[in-house]
Design a protein around this ligand. Sequence first.
Ligand code: PHE
Length: 337
Amino acid sequence: MINELEEKLKLIDNLNDFNQLKVTYLGKKGLINAKMANMKNLSPEEKKALGQEVNILKKECEELFNAKEKEIHNALVAKQIASEKIDVTMPGYNFNLGTIHPLNQTIIDLENLFIGLGYEVAEGPEIETDEYCFEKLNLPKGHPARDMQDTFYINPEILLRSQTSPVQVRTMLAKKGKPIQIICPGKTYRRDADDATHSHQFMQCEGLVLGKNITLADLKGALLVMAKKMLGDDRKIRLRPSYFPFTEPSVEVDVSCHKCGGKGCSMCKNTGWIEVLGAGMVNHHVLEMCGYDPNEIQGFAFGIGIERITMLKYGIEDIRNFYTNDLRFLKQFKEAK
Ligand code: PHE
């Protein structure tokens, strides 16, 4: 019987067949138990002898089954290990890391710079009211300066903001006469035909500082730091008189050309200077409309074109490059700082 079992076990290579065979031998109605079927008809001596014999047989069978079970288990584990083997020398997957968009990089640079100077970053909605985008900024309906900032109207009173200046209005109304020192970067919209330097959607970063005894000299100081940080330590700035309805006096700010150092080149159209932004002292009428007493508190505002300064910094000639998602363009800014 034992030899026969050994032969049968040799042929088995899976747990199913193994379990079936085990039941055939060691089960309640199995071959081993069957040997004791006519126990009741035997004499006490014969009973004892048969009992011992069957016990030994049972033990031997169990040992054979246990050994086989181990063998099957080991084979299964070995198979699993083989199939799950990891080749640590295989080359890894190549993940393509994205890069920061140059316009976002400029916003980050401006935020870092102005936060360092004590400014806070303020935000406002892109869908604005005519009142906040124009009227409270001294641009009543019919004002000729509205022409430059024609935009997309949702209805006669609601529009896509043509400048980030309404965030100034919102901040002034919220601060109720208290000092302010903010920049507000964000998207703006105008009814411009898209060409190499214009887009119907672009970005600005407005600045507003209100307090006691704030002067044009403070504006000049802040903008000089900005020009140096954005376009190089050797930059100089100059202010030229200009006009904005919401500032008085108003200035246009030029930065000495970072390409030729001011000698004159194609970038600065041989003037040595590049116009970068508009600014001025906040118009007293605007202060009054936004709840400030101009005799107590006054200050300056400036508006930087994010695309413009980014184009100048990296020598980008077509504004449309920023929006067309061409990887050949975007990948060039991997190391941009
Ligand atoms: N908002 C103005 C524009 O878009 C720029 C500006 C801002 C000028 C603040 C002066 C002061 O033209």
